[in-house]
Structure formats: structure tokens, C-alpha cells
Design a protein around this ligand. Structure first.
Ligand code: FES
Length: 158
């Protein structure tokens, strides 16, 4: 483990001890710090806290809010619920895959710029098809609008 990672974990653990936090709060702090929950961080924090690794993994795999892999700088969430599907979400999703290349079996582009997620229903069915780009809900999405949005994200690439 790199020294910088260790320092960040020690800081999280110190806060945890001061605030008498629980396993969920440690994981939230780890994710806030690293953008996801790295395996070696769980290993280290389990050792330091005496909380079994299995408890941490039980939480990480149960709650959808936790990510075990690094996510892209931009997150595009496409709704694939019934209403969105009927209104053309599959065409939007097809266009996304035409526009960006994802490594086989991966959700994030190789350069870490964009992560694509699919969800069952975003609870905004009246706006179907719905896509969320970096926490901003965009309703009545079309393949053309999607391409423009993706190109904007690609233009902002450092
Ligand atoms: S089905 Fe897409 S928002 Fe409900």
C-alpha cells in the first residue's frame, strides 16, 4: 500500500474512533476519500478496527451506494425501466455504445472519463426516457441529444 493511501486511511480511522462511528460510516468515508471502496482499504481498516472484513463486504455488496471499482470522472446513468424502455431507452443506450468504447465487460472507459450505469427505474417516468448525467436528470432523451451530451463530456477532457 502506498504511503499516501495509508495516511488517508489512518485519518479516516482516527475520525471513526473519535466519533464512535460504525462500519457503514467508515465505508462512506473511504468512498468519499477514494471515490470507491478499494479492497486493500477494507483489509487495512478491518485489521485496525477489529471489525471482520466479511462485515464490510456484506455492507458494500448490499447497498447500491457503494462501489468496489473506480468510477469514471463522469457518470451517465440510463434508466432501463419499463416506461423508459417503451419510450426508447434502448435506442439511447445503443447510441451511447456507438459513441463511446467500453472495454469488454467494463462500465468505464479506458481513460476513466465516463462510466455508464443502467438502473431499473429512476422514479421520473413522466420524463421517459430518462438519463442522469453527473446527478443532473435529463428527461425525454433521444439518441441525438445523447450524442451531444457525450461529446460535451469528451470536450471537457483535460
Ligand atoms: S422507468 Fe424510467 S424513470 Fe421510471
Amino acid at each position: 500500500m502506498e504511503q499516501d493511501t495509508l495516511v488517508r486511511l489512518e485519518s479516516i480511522y482516527t475520525r471513526f474512533k473519535k466519533q464512535e462511528g460504525n462500519a457503514i460510516s467508515i465505508l462512506q468515508d473511504i468512498q468519499d476519500e477514494f471515490g470507491y471502496v478499494p479492497e486493500d482499504a477494507v483489509c487495512w481498516i478491518a485489521e485496525a478496527s477489529g471489525i471482520p472484513e466479511s462485515k464490510f463486504y456484506g455492507i458494500v455488496t448490499f447497498y447500491a451506494q457503494f462501489y468496489q471499482e473506480p468510477r469514471g470522472k463522469n457518470v451517465v446513468t440510463t434508466c432501463c425501466g419499463t416506461v423508459c424502455h417503451v419510450k426508447g431507452a434502448h435506442r439511447v443506450l445503443f447510441q451511447i455504445h456507438e459513441e463511446i468504447t467500453l472495454p469488454p465487460g467494463e462500465d468505464t472507459t479506458k481513460d476513466g472519463l465516463i462510466t455508464i450505469e443502467k438502473v431499473a427505474c429512476l422514479g421520473a417516468c413522466s420524463l421517459a426516457p430518462v438519463v442522469v448525467i453527473n446527478d443532473k436528470v435529463q428527461g425525454r432523451m433521444t439518441p441525438d441529444k445523447m450524442v451531444r451530451q457525450l461529446r460535451k463530456l469528451q470536450e471537457k477532457k483535460p
